[in-house]
Design a protein around this ligand. Structure first.
Ligand code: NAP
Length: 247
């Protein structure tokens, strides 16, 4: 069998059981990594892990917003698969509403899953990566973290927060050989965008120079590059994958 660029690496993908995360898990497995798939629904995470190409993958039930669950999960991943070389903070949720109508709970829940979740996992793997002087962290944000979006104050704040965290972590860990980048996807067809009406999709297509919605695989190929050896000199960057919508 020919060698692949991620052979021998252990990757952990939060929200790897569906949508963009699942496509990223597939791309990293295809690159030779053993992948830990993390989601709140453990059965779905295990089922997704079982369908990945190659061997040595496993699924784990964990709510990323809960620091205690995150440490237990990291210990289980290290025991079962090995120390994490590649972390992809992809798990995310929306609770959209206009700011005047947004509940405090909906604000906290989105920040908890999208921003605190990435902090929890980054903190849990950073020490090991620094000791081994090798590691790649990738945060999946969103173009609305750059532009803002009416009805998404909580979500846009969480994604803009991820950009600040990405650059800070990149600066803190660079001297130990650990890189941290972000991908800001535009509109990608997944469960999250299934709720859009035909009319909304038509409106969106008019704003996208490449005139099509993206597929999870479009984000996954960029992710595979950014966590791999081809990106060894890239850190602290936000790569927009959106068909040219925001430039
Ligand atoms: P999705 O289809 O709704 O999947 C979300 C994934 O995250 C699922 O695997 C879900 O599994 C997991 N998850 C959600 N909350 C979690 C939590 N608290 N703890 C652990 N796992 C959790 O979403 P997607 O569209 O693929 O989006 C993936 C990421 O890309 C998100 O961060 C999203 O904000 C970002 N993004 C998406 C788009 C888009 O157009 N789709 C655009 C820009 C950015 P469980 O339900 O089992 O927990």
């Amino acid at each position: 069998m020919s060698s692949k660029e991620l052979d021998g690496k252990v990757a952990l993908v939060t929200g790897g059981s569906r949508g963009i995360g699942r496509a990223i898990a597939e791309a990293l497995a295809d690159g030779g990594a053993r992948v830990a798939v993390v989601g709140r629904n453990g059965e779905r995470a295990e089922a997704a892990a079982a369908e990945l190409p190659g061997e040595g993958h496993a699924g784990f039930s964990c709510d990323v917003s809960d620091a205690e669950q995150v440490s237990v999960t990291i210990a289980a991943v290290e025991d079962g698969i090995g120390p994490v070389d590649i972390l992809v903070n992809n798990a995310g949720i929306t609770r959209d509403n206009l700011v005047l109508r947004m509940s405090s709970e909906d604000f906290d829940e989105v920040i908890g899953a999208n921003l605190k979740g990435a902090f929890n996992f980054t903190k849990a793997v950073a020490r090991g990566m620094m000791k081994r002087r090798d590691g790649a962290i990738l945060n999946i944000s969103s173009v609305v973290g750059l532009t803002g979006n009416a009805g998404q104050a909580n979500y846009a704040a969480s994604k803009a927060g991820l950009h600040g965290m990405t650059k800070s972590v990149a600066k803190e860990l660079a001297s130990r050989g650990v890189r941290c980048n972000a991908i800001a996807p535009g509109f990608i067809t997944t469960d999250m965008t299934d709720e859009l009406s035909e009319q909304q999709i038509e409106g969106l297509l008019g704003q996208i120079p490449l005139a099509t919605l993206g597929a999870p695989a479009d984000v996954a190929s960029a992710a595979r590059f950014l966590v791999g050896p081809g990106a060894r000199y890239i850190t602290g960057q936000v790569l927009v994958v959106d068909g040219g919508m925001v430039m």
